[in-house]
Design a protein around this ligand. Sequence first.
Ligand code: CAA
Length: 240
Amino acid sequence: MARVAVVTGGTRGIGRAICEGLAKAGYKVAANYGGNDAVAEAFSRETGIRSYCFDVGNFAAVEDGIRRITADLGPVEILVNNAGITRDGTLQRMNFEQWNAVIQTNLSSCFNMCRAVIDGMRERNFGRIVNIGSINGQAGQYGQVNYAAAKSGIHGFTKALAQEGAGKGITVNAIAPGYIDTEMVRAVPPNVLEKIVARIPVGRLGHAEEIARGVLFLVADDAGFVTGSTLSINGGQHMY
Ligand code: CAA
């Protein structure tokens, strides 16, 4: 039986590439999204992958979302926590809403999602969780105290949960993407982005599919000995 995979923020950018990669590999995939119905409808039409609207930063909404997915596809065996937003700005200009939105969506989402699936994974003695961190959680980034804190939090969360899941067949790993050619990165002012790309040894932005490739490796049945690790996919920008 094909395993059921849920990808948060799955209808666009890196999440979309992960959904498509998983579906192509034979998994049953559910893509979560936060509210852009038009994009989600186009995604589902083009890929044949179902999309589910709920706010990953809201505990009750996540419980309900996972209930709907389980009813449609079966118990969730693979979870990819990919949903993320930016609200960039230097600390002296950042307000509490910009701080909180990023912490809720990027970090609390991991707690909410994992909490909703962990009991089932423990009962079935199998689970694969991949959390999408960031180079900016590893190295910090000017103008991103909120995002860097959330992504750095993801890396700690991953290592703690990996220890808790290890005896129950549940692996928990992180991927730390560098700058990938998505809408999020294209929103960085061009003069700033140019300087960032100049510091990438491979000499270009990454492709979303290059992150999906890492996810496929980590979620495989025979990847059971890989847990608590961070896979950096960043073109050599930060060797950690
Ligand atoms: N280090 C040191 N100083 C810097 C700097 C840096 N990295 N970046 C900018 N500065 C300096 C500038 O040189 C400038 O100094 P002067 O005033 O002396 O000239 C000053 O800071 C103000 O810079 P800006 O004009 O850029 O300031 P701003 O207020 O207009 O914008 C900002 C600030 C919003 C943070 C903007 O610099 C920015 O968007 N930076 C990019 C942040 C970034 O990389 N975000 C990543 C988004 S993608 C993502 O997060 C995905 C992922 O996981 C990788």
